[in-house]
Write a protein that binds this ligand. Sequence first.
Ligand code: 6PG
Length: 475
Amino acid sequence: AVADIGVTGMAVMGSNLARNLARNGFKVAIHNRSAAKTEKVVKEHGDEGEFFPAESMADFVNALSAPRVAIIMVKAGPATDAVIDELASLMDPGDIIVDCGNSNWRDTVRREAAIRERGLHFVGSGVSGGEEGALNGPSIMPGGTPESYRRLGPMFEKISAHVDGVPCCTHVGPDGAGHFVKMVHNGIEYADMQLIAEAYDLMRKALGMSAAEIGKVFEEWNRGELDSYLIEITADVLQHVDPKTGKAFVDVVLDRASQKGTGAWTVQNAAEVGVPTTGIAEATFARSLSGSVPERQAGRGLPAGTEDVSVADPAAFIEDVRRALYASKMVAYSQGFELIRKASEENGWNVDLGAMARIWRGGCIIRAVFLNRITEAYERDPKLPLLLADPYFSGEIGKSVESWRRIVSFSALTGVPIPAFASSLAYYDGVRAAELPANLIQGQRDFFGAHTYKRVDREGTFHTLWSGDRSEIEE
Ligand code: 6PG
């Protein structure tokens, strides 16, 4: 047994993670169901470090030095369960199985409990950054026991991205915490992408700008507070020209967005714990709407009732869009962090929110300068109930809110759909409202279902006898 760590599953993510480990000086056992892929890695990249290719799972496990650490990088779902079972049957107490796929956190909770029963450790770890991140330094979000992190953590911290010398990896919390946080990362990724797409759509439809011109605007934005990987690649994608037709690349791409499910999981989980993640929800549903072909065909002829609002000052309009984008982005992140906080409380995970922002500063898809502001906010107040209420965020929103309202009213009048911008503003107005119309909802619920209500002037729970003499009884 010689290898420090092993990776099974030699598709692109798995082989890149293995290569990253090897390049960082770790001895890496590698395995794949069909040995051809393992051989290919050794043949093409064998000079990058020390690889120990294994043909069978038993050889793979035997190659690992104790306590063994084996990373699984296969498709989430039943394939992952099958590999876990096979590995667990070959391993010894104290060994660590690490699932780096995009698994559902509830599966991770279940697997962790089952593996712990067998005396082994199970770590569900989020890994973000796509193929390139896996190779050159991802953001890594491991769950599992502190004991397993003591063995695994130093290796993961070494291969992760680093920002200001700080690794983009930390122990997130027990059992499913790592995969939960990765799920929310993806939800925020959806929101970020949708907001950027809405900004693009506004410039396109309101100002008639070309894709390349808008790309230049994003390039400019990337030099300010919006500086982020997603804005950077947006500038690049918008300026790319389709080699076949010579048209802007985005003009030859069908407007139907796909999704693999992590956005929808985030929305489901948010609904279950009652945290309004409207930015993520709108982004997820906007993708669904884009792909609803018969519905969109049927809807095309619906009355518009729009007004022809001309934009007097395009530069001022673009600045309004930028500010609306920044404000909506703050809402989406604030909502995502509230979701992590709530889930952490409910599951007893004790997740350090500032540390999550810190490990997302590099390596991952949502990496951005802005995440430093989130870390600072939680450093100022680790118990911050609402990220937006932090002085930095409330100050920034204060500077942007008028622009935001102008953009949302412009889109309402002209019919450019900006669901994430608009619903983020509605959330913002809701969360800062002194009073909400939920009093009426309570009245309706009590009327038809005797669901009771609380009063503003007295403690207790009450019900009005709506179909009787309408007197009030205390429950
Ligand atoms: C990452 C990405 C990665 C991925 C997802 C989302 O953090 O590296 O989030 O996990 O691209 O699969 O993909 P969909 O857009 O297909 O849901």
